[in-house]
Design a protein around this ligand. Structure first.
Ligand SMILES: NC(=O)c1ccc[n+]([C@@H]2O[C@H](COP(=O)([O-])OP(=O)(O)OC[C@H]3O[C@@H](n4cnc5c(N)ncnc54)[C@H](OP(=O)(O)O)[C@@H]3O)[C@@H](O)[C@H]2O)c1
Length: 394
């Protein structure tokens, strides 16, 4: 099947795929992309969630012109290169902001990134003044935008020449929510959370019940699904690829932490054959992931998710996080000199779940911070963590 490169109708930074796929985009007509898929339901994602090697400079690092080399050297002479430098995406609020705070408290120099300048700068100011932290700086980053990633990479290259920690935190829920309607349902978050404790068959059953309850207030649209895959998976891939040359220059052992979700667990994938295939990371690469996501979107577009065996609860969000896990494993194999893991932060009270979560961001950030700071150089890589503990997602 021809890969389809989908462009959501609303966002200016709307390229669905990383740049390699941008060559022959096909635009989905607005009339198609705005159609609602009313049959698909989602317990508040949330709810359910409620549930060094030296850099091979010639190939991976662009050679700046002669005068840039001089400028770079001058610039670095006047900078103290931090022992550990971290980039956190989506650092302006929620779990990302708290990851920035905890890393900074531990003495890491943190680049708090955010797509909105005011929100990003306000967040840095709040950490500087309220928490008395000075080792934190803002840099713009929209993870949907190749140029924005390139600009961040250039900034780090010029100023620091390396990166030690990348926390891919930014994410979206991928659904349209009637928040008043959701509140009116008055669902106890613990009810949703308990669904996660059941075996897969029960999950399917209870999820159906949950889906029924929520079908009017939480709706999967095609546009939101595209935005969700773009942000939660292709965004992570774009940022990681853009910053990998700098991570290879780490002097303290590079760490990548990808934020995933309980919804990524393969037991939630109804298609048994695909579920088994997804367990074998060796059989996958980015191209195959892209082809699978195209198939998923096509099924969603034609209202065939259930029939084709795709997840029907928070479908796009679940798929996005399943492939984050897969990508984490692929990357970990490809870069054995780094420690690359993914983490479910817990059911955290943040905007992504309309503040229905049950633990504070302080707790939700702990897993990512542990994976960023506490893994030894020969520690776990290519694994899934449920908060601070090793978990099973595949
Ligand atoms: N909260 C939970 O219970 C829970 C559970 C499982 C997994 N997670 C995951 O945890 C991560 C953080 O979520 P959260 O709970 O802290 O939610 P949140 O408060 O909604 O924060 C999401 C962050 O992502 C940013 N973001 C979204 N799209 C972006 C883009 N294109 N470029 C740059 N930044 C972008 C948002 O920026 P703006 O402010 O500009 O929108 C915001 O800073 C997500 O990956 C989420 O899937 C959360």
């Amino acid at each position: 099947m021809m890969p389809r490169h989908l462009v959501p109708s609303s966002s200016p930074c709307s390229r669905v795929r990383p740049s390699r796929a941008a060559a022959a985009p096909t635009t989905i007509p607005i009339s198609t992309t705005t159609r609602l898929h009313q049959r698909l339901i989602f317990p508040a994602a949330a709810a359910a969630a409620a549930a060094a090697a030296p850099m091979d400079g010639a190939t991976t690092r662009p050679s700046p012109p002669h005068h840039s080399h001089r400028l770079e050297a001058l610039s670095r002479e006047h900078e103290t290169i931090p022992e550990r430098l971290a980039v956190v995406t989506g650092g302006n609020r929620g779990i990302g902001l708290e990851v920035c705070r905890q890393l900074s408290v531990q003495g890491v120099m943190v680049i708090l990134t955010a797509r909105n300048e005011k929100r990003g700068k306000d967040a840095v100011e709040s950490l500087r003044h309220e928490c008395n932290l000075s080792n934190i700086a803002y840099h713009p980053l929209d993870i949907l935008d190749d140029g924005s990633v390139a600009s961040l990479a250039k900034h780090i290259e010029t100023r620091y020449g390396k990166l030690d920690i990348l926390v891919n935190n930014a994410g979206v829920g991928g659904v349209v929510v009637d928040q008043d309607g959701l509140r009116a349902l008055n669902i106890d978050p613990n009810t949703w959370r308990s669904f996660n404790c059941f075996l897969s068959k029960s999950i399917q059953m209870l999820s159906g019940k949950a889906a029924h309850l929520l079908e009017r207030v939480v709706v999967q649209t095609y546009d939101e699904a595209v935005k969700c895959l773009n942000t939660n998976y292709y965004g992570i891939e774009r940022v990681t690829e853009g910053l990998l040359p700098l991570l290879k220059q780490s002097t303290s052992g590079a760490r990548i932490v990808n934020t995933t979700s309980l919804r990524s667990e393969l037991q939630r994938m109804p298609n048994e054959k695909l579920r088994e295939e997804l367990r074998d990371a060796d059989a996958w690469d980015e191209k195959r992931i892209e082809a699978m996501l195209d198939e998923f979107l096509e099924a969603l577009e034609h209202g065939r998710l259930e029939e084709a065996g795709w997840p029907t609860m928070l479908p796009a969000y679940s798929m996005s996080k399943m492939v984050v896990n897969l990508y984490t494993r692929i990357l970990a194999k490809r870069h054995p000199e780094m420690r690359i893991n993914c983490v479910h932060p817990g059911f955290v009270k943040t905007e992504i779940n309309w503040n229905t979560g049950v633990i504070p961001p302080e707790e939700g950030a702990r897993g990512a911070v542990k994976l960023a700071l506490l893994l030894p150089d020969d520690g776990t890589t290519g694994c899934y963590f449920d908060q601070t503990e090793l978990g099973v997602a595949w």
